[in-house]
Each structure stands twice: as structure tokens, then as C-alpha cells.
Design a protein around this ligand. Structure first.
Ligand code: 3H9
Length: 703
């Protein structure tokens, strides 16, 4: 059995310490230990009270997520243990030493009293895993703090620090100093005052009052529809809290909770979201870069370029409290870039997300310069200049001259050759790609690109730096487009082909949005700007007849000065000041004309084909990326796509989704597309093999 609970007698108090490193989830051994420990304390006449705490950095991080979906679990069930604790005739005090999440907080809610260390976070994050607090949380919390606050707390899933939990009424006391001593002292005081028990299940006052306040549920549903579109768990949660309020009887409410918990547990979103949870942790593990690889301490940073990307990267460092020097070619460009950074922070203030003092603190960490010499002492330097290999090589040659020994030299390129840049320097071991996504201060993904000669300690440092910056870092090999943009190329190409063959851009975008992406490929193109590719093609001197057919429509739009959102016209028309585009019949006409010019006969393409062609293009390329060793595991691709490209988390990422479609089904469709549309659709050998063997991408990660 996994995990244990230590039992110690501290005179008249039994101290139970949950021990299941690193974060004490409620695995079988912990449930058994709680059961045995409470039994032992109840049987011992000398014990007057029980204190429950956790070993290490957590109190209890919740149910053991790895047990969900497992065939059978050992040990007593959590409900059995909690019922026993709640029926205890001796007061139980939860001494919350650290993280009390999910089932962990629910255990604490079954105790009579809760004291907490000031920094201990408490939360019910189940909604993020597609679940609901299924150990009484939806019934006890409304009884403790009222339905409205309970709903906000459970639906957000966000943790709060102990002092805030005290203000809400979740925690009785915040203890400075030793939390276990504090818990024992609290328990003794309860005993001295007569040993009064406090069972939340019996407290009806708050839920009775809420019965006249039914609009809180309508409000919760409205918010959930807005913030958690397409999610299954929120409605299940609201129904549970409604039951807590309207049914009155605790056990009847618990029945609703258990039934809805089961529905969530069986829902595909739950499996996908738990896959995402474990994958986010898996991507930090790099097989040939062991955990004990020495990492460099990053105390200062340098950024070259203060445009959109450079400015965002600079903000990321400042947000993480790391002093950063940002370089521009001349004072004017520097002033402009720094001005944009300040304005971005001011917007945060106007939205109430930051205080003026926070902005001052961050701006004080940012230094502007026009001289490379000023970057020399930085522990890491990142170039974020124009996406052109020659320009980047020039910057690297300058780094070679000024950077102190051991500093990490990085490029923010979104797909160019890291080795070509590394070879300009005499220290390729220090060189790495750090591909941020725009806006860099907001987007969570950081593609870390390993060159041929990148040192392991450079990789380990970059991965750790990602975490420090609040990003999720995924390692990619060095090949054109890395993981994300290489896959994206197939997706956008398909979108381009489909509209020439009969769909409209609006149909494609609708299908992709209905799938759960925040925007479709043409909305995305309008946002990024159609002129970027058009200008690059012009600059390269490409003849009109050599322009790929999938870019012809975009180039025609550019000839009409329809560059996308920036000119209020692109594939869509944007009324002044609005980002919500409206379809334009003129664009449909232009697409139809282009098909005719190219001799492509238009036909109706159904939504199913649109979706499959866009997504199977991604997946087939994903399989090649795995074969080439560019991504370590399928889950690395999933995390890249969810965090960098808006792939819906609730379907677990493209490779997980493909597994759920059945790889043989995907493969058979790809063969049909190949027969119809040519060798773009040649199945990746890995996909073909897995499909024929009846296996999944996930099988590559097992064992
Ligand atoms: C629940 O409670 C349902 C109940 O309401 C109803 C039941 C009937 N289980 O994140 P880290 C592992 S649902 C199993 O790197 P940090 C994690 O995989 C649960 N394993 O550390 C990792 O393993 P590895 C509600 C877990 O300090 C290691 O611990 N609870 C669990 O950055 C370290 O994790 C949650 O949703 C778990 N519950 O952050 C809490 N939690 O080293 C989910 C962690 O092999 N957990 N592991 O990769 C978290 O939010 C963070 O892990 C936490 C620590 C903040 C606790």
C-alpha cells in the first residue's frame, strides 16, 4: 500500500502525521493509516484529542489522482474514513502545515477545527481535473461559508493562502511558529474548554438562509458558461451545492454529490484533464538529463530587441523578479519599446490585476541600453530580433565578444537552426533555443530547443528557468519549426486547401471553434497579420506563379490592403474598435475566383472532413516528429499544442485525442485522403505501425 500515517502520543494528544512523499495524496496506505490512527486514539482513554498534520511541504494534496480509472484500489474507501473521523467522540484538529487541496481540504473539513500555517494554501482544484470535490466538499463548504462563496471557491479551483481562508471562515486560526505545536496547543485548549465537538454536517444555518437566494445558482451558471465553455464538471458542481441548500438533509446532499462525482469520473474530459496534469509534470523529465544535473543560478538576464517578442520576454523576467537589461539598436526604438512595456503594465493596473507599486517594482527591474557591453554580466541572454538567420548570426557574433564565461546564450527563434547560430560562437555548449510564444508575458509555453552541442547543464538550467518564469517548458530537438510550428504548417496548409476546394473560411473557423479552439485558422491569420507572409514572399522575389496555392487568397487580400485586424479587414470585416470579425461575401467571391483560376472544381465539404483534414494533418506530422526524436514523448506534443496553440485541454492534446479516435481509424482516413489529395497525406511510418498493431501513441510512454 502506498503512503502511511505515523502515530505519536504527545501526552494527552494523539498526533497523526500523513507521510506519502512528496505531497501526501490520500493513497491506500494513507487511508488505512488514518483509519487505524483514529481507531487507536479513540480506544486509548488517555488520549483526549487528536491532531492531524502532514509530513514535508504538504498537508494532503488530495485524492491520489493516479488511482482514478485504476481497476481496483486497496484499503478502506475515503468516505468510510471520513465518516469515522466525523463520528469521532474526541475533538480532531487539522494542523494544516502546507498544501491542503481537494480531498485534503475535505479531510480537514471533517475535523472539528482547523488551524493553518500562514503560507499554507488551501483549495478545491477538482474542477481543473474535470471533477468535483467528491468527499463531502460540496456539502460541507456551503454549510461553513454559505453557498455563494462556496460556489465561487469550488468553481474557480484556485487556492487561497491561509489568512484569506481564515477571513472566509474555512480556517479557525492562523498559527505563526511551529504548526504542530500550534495544533496541539489548540487541541488542548478545546479539551480544557470542555472538549466541544463541531461537526460541520450539523450546521444548517447558512444553507437554510441561502434557500431564499436562488439567484446565486443562476449567476453561477452564467459565469460558468462564460468562463468554462464546454466543460462538464461546473454544472455538476452547481447541482451539488444546490442540493446542499435545497434538500437540507446532509445525507441526501451527499448522495447527489456521489452520483455527480461518478458522472464526472466517467466523463472523457476527466481522463483528458488528468492526462494533461501528469503530462505537464512528465515534460520536465528528460531521459538523458538526470535530475541532479548541475544548474546555473540565473540572477540577471539580457534581452536583445524590445519589439513585441523582446518586450514580452523582458516583462516575463521582471514579473519573476529577475533584473533584466534590454537592448535596442537606437534610443528611439528603445524608448518606444520601454513605453509599450509600461503601457502594458498600466493596462493591468486599470483592470485591477496589479497595483501601481507592483508596476514600479517591475519597471525598476528593467534597464534599457543600446550597448552590447551592458549585457556582458547577464547570466542568460536571449535574442529576439527579426526572424532571419543572418541577422541572428550577427547578434550571436556580438554575444561571443561580450558575454561572460558560462552565461547561457539563447535565441527566441520560432523555427530557425540553433546549431547555425551556435557555430558562430566558440561555446556552442552554452547555446540553446528559448522559443517564447506571443504575448510572451502571458503565454505559458516555452519551447526549449536543444542544439547538437548544447550542454546538459544548459538544458537543465533552461528548463528550470522556464519554471521560474511561470512557464511550462517543453524540450524540442533542433529541426525546422521545432515541434509546434512544424505541426502547424500542415494544419494551415490544409485549411488553405479546403477553402479552395469548396469550403468557406467561415465554415472552417466555425468547425475548429466548435471543436474547442479559441479561434480558427483564418481568424488566427487575421490576428497575426496576412501581410507578414505576403511581404516575405515579395522580399524574396518570389514570382506570383511560385506562390503556394494555399497562400494565393491571402496574397490577394493583401493586394487589396486587407491585412487582417490591423486594417479592420482581412478574411473578416472588423467594425471599428471590434475584434469580432464579420464574414464578408466579397471574400467568398474572391476564394471562388481563385479556385476557378487554379482549375479547382469546388464541391461541398462537410464539417467532419474539415475537422479531420485540419487535425489529422497535425497528428500525422506529430508522428513524424516523434520518429525523428524531435519531441521526446507524445505528451510533449500535447503540452505544446495546449499551451502554445490553444488546443482544447478537455480533449487532452492532439496525440491523446488521436488515441481516443482509434489510431487505425485515423490511419484509414489518412489513406483515403492520400488517394484523393496526394502525398502530403502519406502516413507517417510510426502511425502506420501503431495502427496496424492496434496500439496507441500512449503505448510509447508505457514501460
Ligand atoms: C480529489 O481530491 C478528489 C476528491 O475531492 C474526491 C475523492 C473521492 N495524486 O506538482 P508537483 C504528484 S482530486 C497523485 O511536481 P509542486 C505529481 O504527479 C485531487 N500524485 O509538485 C508529482 O509526481 P512526479 C485534488 C500527485 O510542489 C509530485 O506529486 N488535488 C498528486 O509543484 C509532485 O507534484 C489536486 O488536484 C495527487 N493528488 O506542486 C492537487 N498531486 O514527481 C494536484 C501531486 O512523479 N496537485 N502529485 O512527477 C497539485 O496541484 C500540485 O502537485 C501541488 C504540488 C500543488 C500539490
Amino acid at each position: 500500500m502506498k503512503g502511511t500515517v505515523h502515530y505519536e502520543k504527545k501526552d494527552d494528544v494523539a498526533l497523526l502525521t500523513v507521510d506519502n512523499p512528496p505531497v501526501n495524496p490520500l493513497s491506500s496506505g494513507v487511508r488505512q493509516g488514518l483509519h487505524d490512527g483514529v481507531s487507536q486514539a479513540l480506544a486509548d482513554d488517555a488520549v483526549k484529542a487528536i491532531v492531524l498534520t502532514g509530513a514535508g511541504r504538504a498537508f494532503i494534496a488530495g485524492a491520489d489522482i493516479s488511482e482514478f480509472g485504476a481497476a481496483a484500489t486497496q484499503g478502506p474507501g475515503l468516505h468510510e474514513v471520513l465518516t469515522m473521523m466525523e463520528n469521532s467522540t474526541k475533538p480532531i484538529v487539522a494542523a494544516i502545515n502546507g498544501t491542503a487541496f481537494g480531498g485534503g481540504l475535505e479531510v480537514a473539513l471533517c475535523c472539528d477545527y482547523r488551524v493553518a500555517a500562514p503560507k499554507a494554501p488551501v483549495g478545491l482544484p477538482e474542477v481543473k481535473l474535470g471533477l468535483l470535490p467528491g468527499a463531502g466538499g460540496t456539502q460541507r463548504l456551503p454549510r461553513l461559508i454559505g453557498a455563494e462563496k462556496a460556489l465561487q471557491f469550488i468553481l474557480s479551483g484556485d487556492p487561497i493562502p491561509a489568512p484569506q481562508a481564515k477571513a472566509l471562515g474555512i480556517v479557525d486560526e492562523v498559527v505563526d511558529g511551529d504548526i504542530v505545536e500550534g495544533g496541539i496547543a489548540y487541541a488542548r485548549k478545546v479539551v480544557a474548554d470542555g472538549g466541544k465537538l463541531r461537526k460541520i454536517r450539523d450546521e444548517a444555518g447558512k444553507v437554510e438562509a441561502d434557500r431564499d437566494n436562488q439567484e446565486i445558482f443562476a449567476e453561477a451558471r452564467k459565469n460558468a458558461a462564460r468562463r468554462m465553455r464546454g466543460r462538464f464538471a461546473p454544472e455538476m458542481i452547481i447541482q451539488c451545492v444546490e442540493a446542499a441548500v435545497n434538500l437540507g438533509d446532509f445525507d441526501a446532499g451527499m448522495k447527489v454529490e456521489q452520483e455527480n462525482f461518478r458522472k464526472c469520473l466517467e466523463h472523457p474530459q476527466r481522463e483528458a484533464l488528468i492526462h494533461v496534469f501528469f503530462s505537464e509534470r512528465e515534460v520536465a523529465k528528460i531521459p538523458d538529463v538526470p535530475k541532479d544535473t548541475p544548474v546555473k543560478d540565473i540572477k540577471t538576464a539580457g534581452v536583445v530587441g524590445c519589439g513585441t517578442m523582446g518586450g514580452g520576454i523582458t516583462m516575463s523576467f521582471a514579473n519573476a523578479g529577475i533584473p533584466v537589461t534590454v537592448l535596442e539598436m537606437n534610443q528611439e526604438a528603445l524608448d518606444k519599446g520601454l513605453g509599450v512595456i509600461k503601457r502594458n503594465y498600466d493596462i493591468q493596473v486599470s483592470r485591477g490585476r496589479m497595483s501601481e507599486a507592483d508596476v514600479d517594482k517591475r519597471m525598476a527591474l528593467i534597464t534599457g541600453t543600446t550597448s552590447y557591453e551592458d549585457l556582458g554580466d547577464a547570466d542568460v541572454v536571449i535574442e529576439a530580433v527579426y526572424e532571419n538567420l543572418d541577422v541572428k548570426k550577427e547578434v550571436f557574433a556580438k554575444f561571443e565578444q561580450v558575454m561572460k564565461p558560462g552565461a547561457i546564450i539563447a535565441s527566441n527563434t520560432s523555427g530557425l537552426d540553433i546549431d547555425a547560430m551556435a557555430n558562430v560562437t566558440s561555446r556552442p555548449g552554452d547555446v540553446i533555443g528559448l522559443h517564447f510564444f506571443s504575448p510572451a508575458n502571458v503565454m505559458r509555453l516555452l519551447e526549449v530547443v536543444r542544439g547538437e552541442k548544447t550542454d546538459k547543464s544548459t538544458i537543465a538550467t533552461a528548463m528550470q528557468l522556464g519554471k521560474k518564469l511561470g512557464k511550462i517548458a517543453v524540450l524540442s530537438g533542433n529541426a525546422p519549426g521545432f515541434i509546434g510550428n512544424r505541426m502547424l504548417a500542415g494544419y494551415t496548409r490544409q485549411a488553405g486547401e479546403i477553402i479552395l476546394q469548396g469550403a468557406t473560411p467561415y465554415q472552417v473557423d466555425k468547425v475548429i471553434q466548435q471543436f474547442g479552439m479559441p479561434m480558427g485558422p483564418f481568424q488566427m491569420a487575421d490576428l497575426v497579420g496576412l501581410d507578414l507572409g505576403w511581404r516575405a514572399r515579395k522580399l524574396s522575389g518570389m514570382k506570383p506563379e511560385d506562390v503556394p496555392i494555399t497562400a494565393r487568397v491571402a496574397d490577394k487580400l493583401c493586394e487589396l490592403e486587407r491585412f487582417g485586424q490591423k486594417t479592420n479587414r482581412g478574411y473578416y470585416i472588423y467594425p471599428e474598435g471590434s475584434r469580432a470579425g464579420q464574414p464578408d461575401p466579397e471574400v467568398v467571391k474572391l476564394v471562388e475566383e481563385t479556385s476557378a483560376e487554379l482549375g479547382i472544381e469546388r464541391r461541398e465539404i462537410d464539417d467532419d472532413e474539415v475537422l479531420k483534414r485540419c487535425l489529422y494533418g497535425l497528428i500525422n506530422e506529430g508522428a513524424r516528429i516523434l520518429e525523428d526524436g524531435i519531441a521526446i514523448r507524445p505528451c510533449d506534443i500535447d503540452i505544446v499544442y495546449i499551451n502554445g496553440y490553444g488546443f482544447p485541454e478537455v480533449v487532452g492534446g492532439p496525440m491523446f485525442w488521436a488515441d481516443k479516435q482509434g489510431l487505425d481509424n485515423v490511419y484509414q482516413d489518412i489513406l483515403k485522403f492520400q488517394a484523393e489529395y496526394g502525398d502530403f497525406w502519406k502516413p507517417a511510418p510510426l502511425l502506420e505501425r501503431l495502427a496496424k498493431e492496434g496500439k496507441t501513441f500512449a503505448s510509447l510512454q508505457q514501460g
